[in-house]
Design a protein around this ligand. Structure first.
Ligand code: UDX
Length: 434
C-alpha cells in the first residue's frame, strides 16, 4: 500500500519507518526543508534506539521517502496520517491544534483519489469532526474518511511498541476506511495484536484516558511511597504486593520523582480542560496533575534535607537529566524543577547524562555538564540519581565514595539497595524505602 505521513517528528518518523518495514511504500512529508534534507542524508533528528538502522534499511529498499511536497506524497496514497505536534497551548493548557488543522487544509488541497485521513497525533475529542469539516468545506467533491488511530509509543521503546502493540485502536464507523486500516496493520493483527474498532470520538478519548490512568497509577504509588517513608514500610514490596493482583497489574508502579515527558503532562492537562468544558470534570486527574507538579519540587527539598538543611555553596552532582532513560528528551523532565530549585537554594550543580546534555543546555542555565558519572561525583557534597539510565546501575561505588566531598547519595529511582549502600559507607536515601 501507499502511505503518506505528515510530520517527520517522533511519532511520524517511527510510524513511517515501521509501516515501510511492513512492506508499504511511505512518504514522510515535513515543511521543514532542512529536516527533510538531513533525513535524506540518513541523519535522524531524535535519539531512539534502532530508528536510524530501520530508516536506513527502508530508504535503501526504496520503501521510505522524504519530501516537503504533500502533493507528491499524496499522489498514490491510500491513507494519509497526520502526525504533527499538539503541544499545550500557552496560558490555558488546551491542546494547540494549529498544526493539525493546517495539515487538514493541506490535505484538502492535495487530495486526488479516495483517501483515508488518519489522525495519529493525540487530539481532543471532536478534532476528527473538525478535520472532516475543514476538508469537506475546502473540497466538497473529495472522497475521503477521517479516522482516529492514536499511538501508544513509549520513547526509548517506540519501535517495539509499534511492532508489538497491546492493541491497535481504530476510530471510524466507515467500512471502507476500516478495511484500508486493517490492511495497513495486517502484519500486526496476524501476529495476534487486537484491532479494536470504535467510534471516532471514543478512540480520541481512549488515548487520553489511557495516559491519564497511567499518570494516576504512578502518582498513586508516589504518594504511597511518601507514606512508606513515614511509617517505615517499603514501597517496592507494596508495589509487588498489589501488582501481583491481576486486576491491578505490576507495571507503572515504580515510585520516583514524578512523571514527565512529552505526553503525560500535556495529555492530562488537555483531558482536564476538555472535561471541564463539557461540565464533567475529572477531579482525580486534576489532583494527579497538582500532586505531580508539587512532587518535582519536593524532590529538591529531599536533597536539601539530606545535606542537613542547606546546599548553599555546596556542589550537587546529578546523574540523569532526561525524563526517562534511552531518550534525549527533556520535555517536562523532573530534573528541570529539581535542578532549578537546588540552584535557587544556592547549590552549584554538576550534571551528567548519556544522551540528554544538548537538549538540557536549551532549558537549564548555569549547570556544569560533565562527561562521566565520576566527574559528576568529584568533590560533590551529594550525588542525586534522577534518571535510571542502565549505565548508572553498575557504577564503581567505591570509586564514587572516594571522589565525593561527603558520601551522600539520594537515589530518586531506587536503583541501589539501602543495605549495600550503607555497607559501603554511604548516607543513602531513596524513595519510599523507610
Ligand atoms: C507515554 C505512554 O507510556 C505511551 O503509551 C504514550 O503513547 C506516550 O506517553 P513516554 O512518555 O514515552 O510514553 O514514557 P513512559 O515510559 O510512559 O514514562 C512516562 C513518565 O512516567 C516518565 O517520566 C517515567 O519516568 C515515569 N514513570 C513511569 C514512573 O515514574 N514510574 C513508572 O512506574 C512508570
Amino acid at each position: 500500500m501507499h502511505v503518506t505521513m505528515i510530520g517527520a517528528g517522533y511519532v511520524g518518523l517511527v510510524s513511517g519507518a515501521c509501516f515501510a518495514d511492513f512492506g508499504h511504500t511511505v512518504s514522510c512529508v515535513d515543511t521543514d526543508a532542512r529536516k527533510i534534507e538531513a533525513l535524506r542524508r540518513g541523519e535522524i533528528p531524535i535519539y531512539e534506539p534502532g530508528l536510524a538502522d530501520l530508516v536506513a534499511a527502508n530508504v535503501k529498499a526504496e520503501r521510505l521517502f522524504f519530501t516537503t511536497s504533500l502533493t507528491e506524497g499524496l499522489e498514490k496514497a491510500e491513507a494519509v496520517f497526520i502526525a504533527v505536534g499538539t503541544p499545550s497551548r500557552r496560558g490555558d493548557g488546551h491542546a494547540d491544534l494549529t498544526y493539525v488543522y493546517q495539515a487538514a487544509r493541506d490535505i484538502a488541497r492535495a487530495i486526488s483519489r479516495y483517501t483515508v485521513v488518519v489522525t495519529k497525533s493525540t487530539v481532543p475529542v471532536g478534532t476528527g469532526d473538525e478535520v472532516e469539516r475543514i476538508i469537506r468545506e475546502t473540497r466538497p467533491d473529495a472522497e475521503f474518511a477521517v479516522v482516529s488511530n492514536p499511538e501508544f509509543l513509549r520513547e526509548g521503546a517506540a519501535i517495539a511498541d509499534f511492532k508489538r502493540p497491546d492493541r491497535i485502536l481504530v476510530g471510524t464507523e466507515d467500512e471502507r476506511a476500516q478495511q484500508v486500516i486493517a490492511e495497513l496493520y495486517r502484519p500486526l493483527y496476524l501476529n495476534q495484536s487486537p484491532l479494536l474498532f470504535t467510534s471516532r470520538r471514543t478512540a480520541e478519548l481512549t488515548k487520553y484516558a489511557a495516559n491519564a490512568f497511567l499518570a494516576t497509577k504512578i502518582t498513586f504509588i508516589n504518594e504511597i511511597a511518601d507514606l512508606c517513608e513515614q511509617v517505615g514500610a517499603n514501597v517496592q514490596d507494596v508495589a509487588r504486593g498489589i501488582g501481583l493482583d491481576n486486576r491491578i497489574g505490576s507495571k507503572f508502579l515504580h515510585a520516583g520523582p514524578g512523571y514527565g515527558g512529552s505526553c503525560f503532562p500535556k495529555d492530562t492537562l488537555a483531558l482536564i480542560k476538555t472535561a471541564q468544558d463539557y461540565s464533567a470534570p475529572i477531579r482525580i486527574v486534576e489532583t494527579v496533575v497538582s500532586v505531580n507538579d508539587q512532587r518535582k519540587r519536593a524532590m529538591a527539598r529531599k536533597v536539601i534535607q539530606a545535606l542537613g538543611g542547606t546546599v548553599r555553596g555546596k556542589t550537587v552532582g546529578i546523574l540523569g537529566l532526561t525524563f526517562k532513560p534511552n531518550t534525549d528528551d527533556m520535555r517536562d523532565a523532573p530534573s528541570i524543577s529539581i535542578i532549578t530549585a537546588l540552584q535557587d537554594a544556592g547549590a552549584v550543580v554538576r550534571a551528567h547524562d548519556p544522551e540528554g546534555v544538548e537538549q538540557a543546555k536549551l532549558v537549564l542555565d548555569g549547570v556544569d555538564y560533565v562527561d562521566t558519572p565520576y566527574a559528576a561525583a568529584e568533590g560533590a557534597a551529594a550525588l542525586v540519581i534522577v534518571t535510571e539510565w542502565d549505565a548508572f546501575r553498575a557504577l564503581d561505588l567505591r570509586r564514587i565514595h572516594g571522589l565525593m566531598a561527603s558520601p551522600i547519595v539520594v537515589d530518586l529511582r531506587n536503583i541501589y539497595r539501602p543495605d549495600e549502600m550503607a555497607a559501603l559507607g554511604f548516607t543513602y536515601q531513596s524513595v519510599g524505602r523507610g
